[in-house]
Design a protein. Structure first.
Length: 348
């Protein structure tokens, strides 16, 4: 059955948390803080051009106009202006630290400058004002031994970066300065930060931590958790529904702004790491072991799409003609209209 998914900008890639999960699954148990400490000198060195960068471990992606930008291991940043996303150019950036998440300023559709921010290990924050063609280092604090795992911007000036051990940094001046925020005494790892249809912010993390802000991050309150395991991210659907996903295929749904949650049976035990909503309301959720779930009823149920390779996926983006850009363990690849049928030039 054709997927025919036309994914728009309603997406959540927050599998950057996958940094921990992927390393645990593929390389044995690795403590996030240890990984960050080992790479503490990497932020001051420029990334190196790698012939197979598009097939390396990549963790997040965004789209800005006709340009796709992907980030991942060793400071890899790749861009593609080709509609079919079959040609990728690696951009040299001022870090070799693993980059875990990227976001574009939402008001750049009409702005002359094209602002992007990428975050990663060593509390690295990179900024681009030309659509990803060049990058500047805005933050580097290896002494924190805490990677940043997600980033969100309200506009080209105000944004947050969140990560391990309750780390939250906020900027009001496009990243010229970043200030530490302390919002939860338990200091869990924060894995995902996303916006709801009503403009609330939801912060998801370990031990079932869910925090909500109704004033664009000015204040935060803990929500009652339906689950004691880690949430790796979530998405606010256009109809107001909220979805949270995490370890061992756990998926939860709320229709009252997060005040209560119901568990959705997924039929999978692989960790779920990212999601996207299509223009017609269909939802795709990706994760480890080649997991791709499709929901056509606003998250009330989800069906597993088979026929994919077993590599873990961290992010899904839409392209033209219903194709999907999948990002993860084996880099970037394209999935055509037919489930499990990679498009040509996918890099697989």
């Amino acid at each position: 059955m054709p997927l025919n998914l036309d994914f728009g900008l309603h997406r959540s890639f927050r599998l950057a948390a996958l940094v921990a999960v992927l390393l645990c699954v593929f390389s044995g148990f690795v403590v996030v803080a240890q990984e960050a400490n080992e790479n503490s000198g990497a932020a001051m060195a420029k990334s190196e051009i790698a012939r197979l960068a598009s097939r390396s471990l990549l963790l997040d992606a965004t789209q800005q106009g006709n340009r796709l930008i992907v980030v991942g291991d060793r400071g890899h940043v790749l861009v593609s202006d080709v509609p079919e996303a079959s040609e990728w150019t690696q951009i040299v950036v001022p870090t070799r630290s693993m980059l875990t998440a990227i976001t574009a300023s939402p008001n750049d559709a009409v702005a002359a400058q094209k602002h992007l921010w990428a975050v990663g290990h060593d509390a690295v924050i990179l900024h681009s004002d030309d659509g990803g063609q060049s990058w500047q280092l805005q933050n580097h604090e290896p002494e924190l031994e805490a990677p940043l795992l997600d980033v969100w911007f309200e506009d080209s000036g105000h944004g947050f970066a969140v990560g391990a051990y309750g780390l939250m940094l906020e900027t009001l001046d496009a990243g010229e300065t970043w200030e530490r925020r302390r919002i939860d005494d338990e200091e869990p790892h924060f894995y995902g930060l996303f916006e709801t249809a009503d403009g609330d912010l939801i912060l998801a993390g370990e031990f079932g931590a869910i925090l909500r802000s109704r004033d664009r991050g000015g204040s935060w309150s803990r929500l009652e958790t339906p689950y004691e395991g880690s949430f790796f991210g979530g998405i606010g659907l256009s109809d107001g529904t909220l979805l949270l996903f995490g370890l061992r295929g756990n998926l939860f749904r709320s229709v009252d702004d997060g005040d209560s949650w119901s568990k959705i049976e997924t039929g999978v035990t692989a960790s779920l790491l990212g999601a996207a909503e299509s223009g017609n309301g269909d939802v795709a959720i990706v994760g480890l072991s080649g997991t791709l779930l499709i929901s056509r009823d606003s998250g009330k149920s989800a069906s597993l799409i088979g026929g994919l390779k077993r590599e873990g996926f961290s992010t899904v983006l839409s392209l033209s003609d219903g194709q999907m850009l999948l990002v993860g363990e084996s880099g970037v690849s394209l999935l055509g209209n037919a489930a499990g049928s990679p498009a040509s030039g996918s890099g697989q």
